[in-house]
Design a protein around this ligand. Structure first.
Ligand code: SIN
Length: 199
């Protein structure tokens, strides 16, 4: 499968004819909502775990040096917390372009933190996509992220903004927070030594 998923996503017709659809965001869609939405609610989906296993050639890296961003991997019994947005179907043009590097729209049941649930969509990059990087240690992932930059900015900012957003929502994520700790340590070690005090 090619990296570019726009054409496949445009064929997804499950919600055709609807005036609005719920979209679940678990990565940059939590902290960067650069699209119009009718309503936003904290939410979760079941049996998926957030992992920094997807390559980013277009936002936080380049084709030569891809960054690492999150996708969801299946895990029975897991709960992934994020943000749900009620959007109109016109917004999918923008989202399909933004998520084109391997992410496919998937229908899923979205459970809202304040009660109730609705069927909606989530963008997931599966291991079949050509940009999938897969598992690595959290230390290795942090090293990778520390070195990557792309048109949307440094890869580190993606990690730190996601960690901050999850913290603000009261939804700690052990994987994200461990990579954040490793990144801080890498950046600390790279600091030049402080000059000796002048007296
Ligand atoms: C998402 O945020 O839901 C998808 C992954 C991303 O764009 O970071």
């Amino acid at each position: 499968m090619s990296h570019n998923t726009i054409a496949i996503n445009q064929k997804m017709d499950k919600f055709d004819g609807r005036h609005s659809v719920w979209l679940f965001g678990y990565g940059s869609l939590i902290f960067k909502a650069d699209f119009p939405f009718i309503e936003r609610r904290a939410a979760c989906i079941g049996n998926w775990t957030r992992r920094f296993w997807q390559g980013s050639h277009d936002h936080r890296g380049t084709p030569e040096q891809p960054g690492r961003v999150v996708t969801l991997v299946p895990e029975a019994g897991a709960v992934c917390h994020g943000m749900a947005y009620l959007i109109t179907p016109e917004v999918f043009g923008h989202l399909d372009h933004r998520e084109k590097n391997g992410y496919l729209r998937l229908a899923t049941q979205i459970h809202f933190d304040d009660g109730g649930s609705e069927e909606g969509l989530v963008y997931i990059a599966t291991e079949e996509n050509a940009a999938f990087l897969g598992e690595a240690s959290e230390q290795q992932i942090a090293q990778h992220i520390a070195a990557a930059h792309g048109p949307s900015g440094p890869n580190r900012d993606y990690l730190l903004e996601l960690a901050e957003a999850l913290r603000a929502m009261g939804r700690p994520d052990a994987h994200v927070f461990a990579i954040e700790r490793h990144l801080r340590a890498i950046e600390q070690a790279a600091q030049p030594p402080a000059p000796p005090p002048v007296n």
